[in-house]
Design a protein around this ligand. Structure first.
Ligand code: SAH
Length: 349
């Protein structure tokens, strides 16, 4: 964990203290905040409204300049682009840009590695290294925006890591990115995906953050789910659903559920019926994901026919269900795989 003060982590109010403590006028705080978060001028040396002296000082406390794109892979099938972004300490994160008919979206990583240990997920292999800081989440957006020369309208916290296991940094990031003086991202356009950390879902509701949440369910039976997702040993599905109800009642945001369909593991009628039973009376959206096979998890993904059948059955039984459009399947599939493959190439074990 870095102890260095990093200005891109600070709110305008906190920046005011910094500038005042350094003998500068407090209005400089807003100038700096706008330069970084609105105009995406990441290098203080290029901030020509500051004196040379001040620019040097700001440079010392700036770390976003040390984050850089080291690789971009463009899908040939759609406009999806996967980025590998190197952080100032040499760690690498994976960020995915997606383009839809009506908007652009970015999938951000929130941790380097992950502690959750879900069996089918590449992010969790090679274990957990550290949390990603707020400015490093901002960097993923600003670097991609600068690279593509466009504005991103939508954020999903669905990349590497469990965002609610990095609660304070994620909440601070949301505060920074929604600030009207900066990116001014609408809170409604931010979605956080979680494997179901119940206490943090409740905290998110109590803290009145107002983002959308989506729960990685993947199996409607506790015993089977826990085998796939060890977090199930700590929080039962019932507890997760109670937390979702609490979140919905407080925020009125419709809850999402993700269900990765794995052939012959969780795709029979027994699973569909149990899911109907759990979700039927909830204001929610079920998103079916086709398993993206990884080497360590020896299972198959269902075909399109099976996915459609699953979706139709759920919709017929009053559970609003969609199939997640596969994006960039030709460019290293599931989240975390690109990073791992790159680490292996670099000789990291
Ligand atoms: N930790 C968070 C967010 C990261 S994973 C969470 O668990 O929700 C984002 C989504 O991708 C989750 O629903 C996750 O279960 C799913 N996922 C991970 N690996 C996958 C794979 N190989 N195939 C399909 N979906 C996968």
């Amino acid at each position: 964990m870095q102890n260095k003060l990093i200005l891109e982590n600070l709110t305008v109010e906190e920046l005011k203290d910094f500038f005042e403590n350094n003998g500068e006028k407090s209005f400089r705080a807003l100038q700096y905040f706008r330069a970084i978060h609105k105009n995406r001028i990441l290098n203080p040396i290029q901030m020509t409204n500051f004196s040379n002296n001040l620019r040097q000082k700001l440079y010392h406390y700036n770390d976003i300049i040390n984050c850089s794109i080291i690789k971009r892979i463009d899908s040939k099938l759609d406009n999806t682009k996967k980025y590998l972004i190197e952080l100032s300490d040499g760690n690498i994160v994976e960020t995915v840009f997606m383009e839809y008919k009506t908007h652009t979206s970015i999938c951000l990583s929130t941790q380097i590695g992950c502690k959750m240990g879900c069996k089918f997920c590449a992010s969790t292999k090679k274990s957990f290294i550290r949390n990603i800081e707020p400015y490093e989440m901002c960097a993923q957006i600003y670097l991609v925006e600068n690279d593509l020369n466009l504005k991103i309208n939508n954020i999903v916290l669905m990349g590497i890591g469990e965002p609610l296991d990095n609660y304070d940094n994620v909440v601070r990031f949301i505060d920074l990115i929604t600030n009207k003086e900066g990116q001014d991202m609408s809170i409604r356009n931010i979605t956080l995906s979680t494997c179901g950390l119940v206490d943090k879902i409740i905290k998110l509701a109590d803290d009145d953050i107002g983002i959308n949440i989506t729960i990685s369910l993947h199996n409607p039976f506790d015993d089977e789910r826990s085998k796939l997702m060890p977090i199930g040993n700590k929080y039962s599905i019932e507890k997760i659903l109670d937390a979702c109800d609490y979140y919905f009642n407080k925020t009125k945001r419709r809850i999402g559920f993700e269900y990765t369909v794995i052939e012959d593991v969780n795709d029979s009628k027994k699973y569909m019926d149990k899911l109907v039973n759990l979700l039927r009376n909830r204001n929610c959206l079920l998103n079916l994901i086709t398993l993206n096979p990884i080497e360590e998890f020896n299972q198959k993904s269902p075909d399109r026919y099976k996915m459609t059948e699953f979706m139709n059955y759920m919709n017929k039984n009053n559970v609003n269900t969609t199939i997640r459009r596969k994006q960039g399947v030709d460019i290293d599939g599931a989240c975390g795989q690109l990073r791992i493959n790159n680490m292996i190439k670099r000789g990291v074990k």
